[in-house]
Unconditional design. Sequence first.
Length: 138
Amino acid sequence: MAYAPGKLVAKGTRKRQTLQTTVETTGPPAAIALEPDRDTLTADGADVSLLTVKIVDAQGRTVPVATNAVTFNLTGPGRLLGVGNGNPTSHEPDKAKQRSAFNGLCLAIIQSAREPGAIRIQADSPGLKSAAAKIEAR
């Protein structure tokens, strides 16, 4: 059977509970979505937040084949500690302001400074709608 875009639904049961998961074909990359693992950091110069970066289509679904390069800009009392994407063959530096997505994902590690305030992270990629996130350092 030839490939055709669509939706795949898997259903099953475990301990008499019905389980279901759905995977569907995505459209082309359209935007960046940011998901910090926490909204607040301790302003101690050591606390970190892991910022998951997703390349999404117009419906907000992660595009699993996206490899777009994402550039990070940070303002406020914090710093960009490092970046990653989970690709074991990547030769991109981990200490940089840019990282290419792998399977539609990459990561930025944000570290607090020793002063409180709002840390704002901007993520940009040519041809995609940019995204911003805010993490409060207290």
